[in-house]
Design a protein around this ligand. Structure first.
Ligand SMILES: Cc1ncc(C[n+]2csc(CCOP(=O)(O)OP(=O)(O)O)c2C)c(N)n1
Ligand code: SF4
Length: 262
């Protein structure tokens, strides 16, 4: 088996725009599941609605493409009914933290034994670029034509506070690190949450002075601050640059988990 064998090739061509980051995340995830020797027949991918949520449709396992925001309740049901199965959720920042926000905190609180991969493009991509709870302050979207004046969620802090066992953040630039983090998350009992910042050139980039894909990816690379470096700055009493976001494995604990096969 190789990661390629997990693709449902008869569903190509895919719907993603040229330069969209979602394909990179699917690729990293399939490399991770394949490296663990998981089988197509006992792995299930679940998603809600959005560009990111189209991902399971291109994967050869059984999958559930559910309603907007509701991937986590469906995934919880699958895991409780079939604890032998590996359950992986693909979701977007809108799907997970706006309409699905309540499900997100309760899935983390229950620490249900699933892996949740959020492709955070900081906008509602599929519906044409409305602001989401993860749109950065000041950013332009169709619903914030003068710039977002709210604070965005920090999804990783939220997952950690609500009780998830494993939390990591990377970007579509960090392919190797992301694949390693997904591999670690897939093996961890309890809820593993992996946030991936991805480029949406069509609906985020072109409104926010990041017109081409390369500038979006360079921007993510340049503003990512390794957790270890952030911790060092804090230990030395120095301030953390305000235009950075932290990447790395942010939480790794062993709270009792729900749905783990005994
Ligand atoms: C109940 C319901 N409300 C609203 C919508 C419209 N809708 C479809 S996708 C979407 C947002 C998608 O944004 P996100 O989850 O961030 O995914 P992306 O498309 O950016 O990957 C919305 C609001 C819907 N399909 N169902
Ligand atoms: S609108 Fe954005 S997120 Fe959706 S497919 Fe196009 S680039 Fe990707």
């Amino acid at each position: 088996m190789s990661a390629d064998d997990w693709f449902r090739k008869d569903r190509l061509p895919h719907i993603f725009c040229a330069g969209c980051g979602n394909g990179t995340i699917i690729n990293c995830t399939l490399s991770a599941v394949d490296s663990l020797g998981w089988k197509i027949d006992d792995t299930v991918f679940v998603s809600g609605i959005g560009c990111s949520s189209r991902a399971p449709g291109y994967i050869a396992t059984d999958s559930l493409h559910t309603t907007h925001g509701r991937a986590l309740p469906f995934a919880t049901g699958v895991k409780m009914a079939k604890p032998d199965f590996h359950v992986v959720v693909f979701t977007g920042d809108g799907d997970l933290s706006a309409i699905g926000g309540n499900h997100f905190i309760h899935a983390c609180r229950r620490n249900i034994d699933i892996t949740v991969i959020c492709m955070n493009n900081q906008i509602y991509g599929m519906t044409g670029g409305q602001g989401s709870p993860c749109t950065p302050t000041g950013a332009y979207s169709t619903t914030t034509p003068y710039g977002m004046d709210e604070m965005p969620f920090d999804l990783c802090e939220l997952a950690t506070a609500a009780g998830a066992n494993f939390v990591a953040r990377w970007t579509s630039y960090h392919v190797k690190e992301l694949t390693q983090a997904i591999t670690a998350g897939l093996q961890k009992p309890g809820l593993s949450f992996i946030e991936v910042l991805v480029q949406c050139p069509t609906n985020y980039g072109r409104r926010n002075k990041l017109r081409d894909v390369q500038s979006m990816i360079s921007s993510m690379r340049d503003h990512a601050l390794l957790k270890e470096k952030r911790d060092r700055l804090l230990a030395e009493g120095k301030s953390v640059p305000s235009d950075t976001f932290v990447v790395g494995i942010l939480t790794d604990k062993n709270r009792p988990a729900l749905g783990v096969k005994r």
